[in-house]
Design a protein around this ligand. Structure first.
Ligand code: NAD
Length: 366
C-alpha cells in the first residue's frame, strides 16, 4: 500500500501535481476528432455523494488554463454542496471552444457519452456557455444530467434561484455591515448581467437599490438597462465606481491585487465562482480594508439547490425555501469570522470541511 504522505508533489508531472495540491480524485480528458470535442471532467471529492457540477464551454487560451479552471471549479462545488447541507460531491466539466460557434448536437451528445461512461460518479448541469437545450442533448446519452427544462420534468433555469441566493447573501451582508438588511437606496455594481446577473438586478431594483451594470454584450446591456431601469457603465470602469456593493456575476478572479486598489465598496457579494484570485491573500486584504466578503460558494449555491430539488423531486418551492436559508448561513459565517478572527472565506471553508470530515468518519465507522 502506498502512503499518501510519501507522495512528493514535486516528483509528479504537472497534472498529477495539480491533482495532489487539492486532493482531486479523478480527471477525465475527453476527445473526439469528428465532433471536435475537447473537454475535461474533474472530480474533486465524492465523500458526500456523486460529484455534481456545471458544464462550462469557454474559449480557453490554453489547455493549461482549462485544466486550472476545472480543478478550481470542481473544488468549489465540493464546498458548495457541503456548506448547504446537500449530499453531493464536487465536480465540474469544461468544454474547450466558443459556445457561440463551436456547439452542435453531436458535440454535446458525444460529451454525454463520456459522462455516461463515468457511471454516475459525475452529474452534469448547466454553466457559462451551456443551456437547457445542451442538457437535453446530453440527456439523450446519459441519465446523469440535471437542470433540464420544465417541459421534460426538470426545474428549468437555475439562474433565477442562484440570483435569489446571492440576493439573500447580500442582504445578510448588509445587515452585518450596516445593522439593517434593507438594500433600498444602496448602490450596487453588477458585473455581468447573464442568467444570474439579470435576475439579481431585478431583485435589487424591486427593493429600490440604484444599480449599475456592465457586460461584454452590448445588446444585453441595453435590454437589461431598459427593462429594469439600471445604469450602464463601461466594463473597465466597474471597479472604480463609488458604490456600496460590488457584485461580480461574470467570471472569477476579479478580486485581485489590481482591482483591490480601485474598489470603493463596503461589501463584495456576487454569483461568480472563485471571485478571489488568491483565497488567502485577497481574502485577508478585503478584511483589512474593512470590505465584507460574502463567500461565493455559499451565496451562489441556489443553482445547486435547484438541481438537488429536481433530482430529489422536492420541487421548485422547496428549492426557494432552501435558498432562503443562505441568509442565515451567511450570518453564521460572519459570526464565526469575527469570533475566530479569520476571513469569512476561511470560516466558510472550515464549516464545509468539518461536515465532509464528519461524514467521512461516519461512513468509515458504519
Ligand atoms: P451567463 O453566461 O449567463 O452570464 C455571464 C455574463 O457575463 C454574460 O452576459 C457575459 O457576456 C458577461 N461577461 C463575461 N465576461 C465579462 C466581463 N469581463 N465583464 C462584464 N461582463 C462579462 O452566466 P451565468 O449563468 O449568469 O453565471 C454567471 C456567473 O455565476 C458565472 O461565474 C457562473 O459560474 C456563476 N454561477 C452561476 C450559477 C447559475 O445558476 N447559472 C450558479 C452558481 C454560480
Amino acid at each position: 500500500m502506498f502512503e499518501t504522505k510519501e507522495i512528493n508533489s514535486l516528483e509528479l508531472n504537472p497534472v498529477f501535481g495539480k491533482m495532489f495540491e487539492n486532493s482531486h480524485k479523478n480527471i477525465v480528458y475527453c476527445f473526439d476528432k469528428s465532433t471536435g470535442l475537447k473537454a475535461i471532467i474533474a472530480i474533486h471529492d465524492t465523500t458526500l455523494g456523486p460529484a455534481i457540477g456545471g458544464v462550462r464551454m469557454w474559449n480557453y487560451r490554453s489547455e493549461a488554463d482549462a485544466l486550472d479552471d476545472v480543478l478550481r471549479l470542481s473544488r468549489g462545488m465540493t464546498y458548495k454542496a457541503a456548506i448547504t447541507g446537500l449530499n453531493f460531491g464536487g465536480g465540474k466539466a469544461v468544454i474547450i471552444g466558443d459556445s457561440n460557434k463551436g456547439k452542435s448536437e453531436a458535440l454535446m451528445r458525444r460529451f454525454g457519452k463520456f459522462v455516461n461512461n463515468m457511471s454516475g460518479e459525475f452529474i452534469a448541469a448547466q454553466d457559462v456557455g451551456t443551456n437547457l437545450r445542451d442538457m437535453e442533448y446530453i440527456r439523450m446519452e446519459t441519465n446523469h444530467v440535471a437542470g433540464i427544462s420544465e417541459a421534460v420534468g426538470g426545474t428549468g433555469h437555475t439562474g433565477p434561484v442562484s440570483a435569489y441566493g446571492v440576493y439573500m447573501g447580500m442582504k445578510a451582508s448588509a445587515k452585518e455591515q450596516w445593522g439593517n438588511d434593507s438594500l433600498s437606496n444602496k448602490s450596487v455594481a453588477v458585473q455581468g448581467i447573464g442568467n444570474v446577473g439579470e435576475h439579481l438586478v431585478k431583485y435589487l431594483r424591486e427593493e429600490g437599490a440604484r444599480v449599475y451594470i456592465s457586460d461584454l454584450d452590448e445588446d444585453r446591456l441595453t435590454h437589461v438597462a431598459r427593462k429594469h431601469d439600471a445604469i450602464i457603465v463601461p466594463n473597465n470602469q466597474i471597479y472604480d465606481l463609488d458604490v456600496d456593493i460590488y457584485a461580480p456575476c461574470a467570471l472569477g478572479a476579479t478580486v485581485n491585487s489590481d482591482t483591490l486598489k480601485r474598489l470603493k465598496c463596503s461589501i463584495v457579494a456576487g454569483s461568480a465562482n472563485n471571485q478571489l484570485e488568491d483565497e488567502e491573500l485577497h481574502g485577508q486584504m478585503l478584511m483589512d480594508m474593512g470590505i465584507l466578503y460574502a463567500p461565493d460558494f455559499l451565496i451562489n449555491a441556489g443553482g445547486l439547490i435547484s438541481v438537488y430539488a429536481e433530482l430529489s423531486g422536492a420541487g421548485k418551492k422547496r428549492a426557494m425555501q432552501l435558498t432562503e436559508d443562505i441568509y442565515k448561513v451567511t450570518q453564521d459565517i460572519f459570526r464565526m469570522s469575527k469570533k475566530e478572527q479569520i476571513t469569512p472565506h476561511k470560516a466558510a471553508l472550515k464549516i464545509a470541511e468539518k461536515r465532509i470530515e464528519d461524514i467521512r468518519q461516519l461512513k468509515a465507522n458504519s
